[in-house]
Every structure is written in C-alpha cells, then in structure tokens.
Design a protein around this ligand. Structure first.
Ligand code: NAD
Ligand code: WQD
Length: 340
C-alpha cells in the first residue's frame, strides 16, 4: 500500500515508518519538526535500507498538504502529527486546539480534495478519564480531564462524522495506553525535549546519569505497592498495530476505536526495579507528592484489537526496559548527539 504519515519523524511515527518499509509499503512522511528531528528519518532509512518521500509540511497548511496528497495518491493516511504534553496543554490550550483539532480538520479536508478515504488516528487512553471500571474497554464513558485529552476526543468525533458523511470513508481510532521502549537496534527511540514528562524516559535519563534521581509521584494509591500502575506498550508492538489498522481500514467502511495496550499494569516501583535489572545501574528515587490529575491504575481491555485487528502485544516489560536502555546508553543526548 501507499501510506502517507503525518508526524512521521516523531517517536511513534519513526518506529511505524520502519515497520511499514520492512513490510514493503511505499511511504511519504510529512512533519513540521516542532517536536522531532529529520536525523531520526535518516536513521530509519539506514535501518530499513529503503527510501521514502519526506516533506516539511505543517498539517494546518491545507493547500500544501492537499498538493502532497494529490502527488502521492496514498491508499491510507496514518495521522500522528500533534502536540502531546498533558501539563503543557493546560498552559497553552489554544495552541493544542489549533495544532490537534484545526490541524486534523485541515488534513481531512485535504484528504477529501485528494480523494483519499482511509485514516488511522493516534488517539489516547486519556479520552476515558477517571475509570468507572477497569480494565477500560472501548465502551467505557469518554470524559477526558485535560485540554490535550479533549483535543483527542474532539478529533475522534470529527472523524466519526467524516466517516458517516461518505460510505467509502473508513477510519481506525487507536487509543494508545503508555507507549515506551525503542527499536532493538538502539538507533531510534524517544527523545523528549527538556525535562521528560513521562516516567520511562525520566528513569532512563537517571540511569544514564543525566539526572540525579526520580521523583515518585505518590505512594499512597490503592495499588499493591501504593504507586501508580499503568499499561506500558512497547513502541514496536504499537507500530505493528498501525499496520493491522491500515489493513482493517482497507477492508471495512465506517469508524472503529481500538485500545492498544497489553492488558497488564505495572507500578512505578516495578518499572524502577525492571530498569535496574536491564541496565545494571541503580535508579535512585525519592517519593514526592501525587501529581495533579493522576489516577491510581490504568489498564486496557485488549480483546477488540485481538479479535478484530488480529493484533496483540508480544514484548515483555524486560524487553521494554532493555530496548529503552540500549537506546538511551547509545544516544545519551538523543538525536542531538548526531552530527548527521
Ligand atoms: P512526537 O511528538 O514524538 O511526534 C509527533 C510528531 O508530530 C512530531 O514529529 C512533531 O514534530 C509533529 N507535529 C506536531 N505538530 C505538527 C503540525 N502542526 N504539523 C506537522 N507536524 C506536527 O509524539 P509521539 O509520542 O510520537 O506521538 C504521536 C501521536 O500519538 C500524537 O498524536 C500523540 O498525541 C499520540 N499519542 C502519544 C502517546 C505517547 O505517550 N507518546 C500516547 C497516546 C497518544
Ligand atoms: C506513569 C506513572 C506517574 C513521571 C501520559 C499521558 C497520557 C499518554 C501517556 C499521550 C504515573 C508516575 C511519572 C515521574 C512518576 N500520553 N511518574 N514520576 O500519566 O499515565 O500518561 O502519557 O496521550 O495521555 O497522561 O504516563 O509516564 O507520565 O506516568 O512517579 O517523573 O509514573 O505518576 O503513575 P501517564 P507517565
């Protein structure tokens, strides 16, 4: 298939582009590099030993996007482009609505102009909000508690209406749980700018010596050891879910949401322990207060993805920590350490 990938230079995008190329698909990546580096795409080329188109386009630039789509004539679009930091989304909400919601509207309009009818969208488990029951299944009420999550829910609804408007349109909304880990080569991985917001890259930077210690945000939750539990999904498994989703969208019409997780949850202290084993380093930590907006446990019901997409996660927590350490130790400064 010919696949157009927005935000393809980012963390999940690069891993997905690599899997697409390895599976023999033809790819065109567009990104504005607001949160990524073209160096990452050079590394994908090297790893895949295959080439692809690459264009610098902001998804809000509908005319340029429509032209790129018309030139490439994709069978499907995978839409990663957007801003993703929960805390920042409360500080600059208009930027988040503009990038994520307006950007997605422009993308869909450009797809209409170019006659492209299939999309796979990066949604998030954050659309569920406070759990009414666990594990979250796709029927769980949707009540995001921050602007970032609301942008994801709004775009889900927009895509549903886009699918209702024309019988040939189809979409898969992938609700990722907690993406972590890196490609086994250690050549591509997560490269957050500034202080990492998320647990796994923070732990990795402590292990490699870039930061002195981890702050554990609360140990008084109603969990086995008192620290927050999450469903961590290996980024290569997540990338494979996109391949399953484009095949699904090319067979089916309409719009379906899928949880993409493992169905198991691990606590902060279990992550620290597993990372210490994988890296052979100590990860010093201090317990601090709870982070505002955090919940005790988040875990996916993954039955629908297994039964409908034929997809399931394969990697273990040890694989996750091993690959994350491999990436971090080989690239202590992320892509910034690469002169290429
Ligand atoms: P990322 O920041 O590494 O990748 C997003 C990419 O989109 C970046 O390369 C960025 O430069 C690009 N981008 C941002 N705004 C753009 C715009 N207006 N025009 C063109 N390009 C733009 O993030 P990621 O972790 O790879 O996440 C990819 C997608 O998955 C995002 O939509 C994110 O919200 C979603 N998601 C991520 C997580 C996670 O924890 N990483 C969880 C759930 C959902
Ligand atoms: C995991 C656990 C923290 C950092 C976020 C977004 C979600 C999705 C994935 C985009 C929690 C604890 C963390 C630290 C800690 N992103 N923690 N010390 O909050 O589950 O999900 O990323 O869609 O929308 O909200 O992930 O990695 O930030 O936190 O103790 O320095 O680690 O309290 O229990 P989260 P996370």
């Amino acid at each position: 298939m010919k696949v157009f990938v927005t935000g393809g230079a980012g963390y999940i995008g690069t891993h997905t582009v690599l899997e697409l190329l390895r599976d023999g698909h033809e790819v065109c990546v567009s990104d504005n590099y607001r949160n990524s580096s073209p160096v990452a795409l050079d590394r994908v080329r090297r790893l895949a030993n295959a080439d692809f188109r690459q264009c610098e386009i902001d998804i809000r630039d509908q005319d340029t996007l429509a032209q790129a789509l018309a030139d490439f004539q994709p069978d499907a679009v995978i839409h990663f482009a957007g801003l993703k930091a929960v805390g920042e989304s409360s500080e600059i909400p208009i930027d988040y609505y503009d990038n994520n919601v307006v950007g997605s509207l422009r993308l869909l309009a450009a797809m209409d102009e170019a006659g492209c009818t299939r999309i796979v969208f990066s949604s998030s488990a954050t659309v569920y909000g406070e759990p009414q029951y666990l594990p979250y299944d796709e029927q769980h009420p949707l009540a995001p508690t921050n602007p970032y999550g609301r942008t994801k829910l709004m775009v889900e609804e927009i895509i549903r209406d886009w699918c209702r408007s024309k019988p040939q349109n189809s979409a898969a909304l992938l609700r990722y749980f907690n993406p972590v880990g890196a490609h086994a080569s250690g050549d591509i991985g997560e490269d957050p700018r500034g202080t990492p917001n998320n647990l796994m890259p923070f732990v990795a930077q402590v292990a490699v010596g870039r930061r002195s210690h981890l702050s554990v945000f609360g140990n008084d939750y109603a969990t086995a050891d008192g620290t927050g539990e999450r469903d961590y999904i290996h980024v290569v498994d997540l990338a494979r879910a996109h391949l399953a989703a484009i095949h699904y969208a090319s067979r089916r019409q309409g719009c379906e949401a899928f949880n993409i997780g493992t169905g198991s949850a691990y606590s902060v202290l279990q992550i620290v322990d597993a990372f210490e084993r994988a890296s052979g380093r100590t990860v010093p930590y201090q317990v601090s207060v709870r982070r505002a907006g955090d919940i005790a446990t988040s875990v996916a019901c993954v039955d629908k993805a297994r039964d409908t997409l034929g997809w399931a996660s394969r990697h273990t927590l040890d694989d996750i920590c091993q690959s994350s350490w491999n990436w971090q130790s080989r690239n202590p400064e992320g892509y910034g350490g690469d002169a290429a």
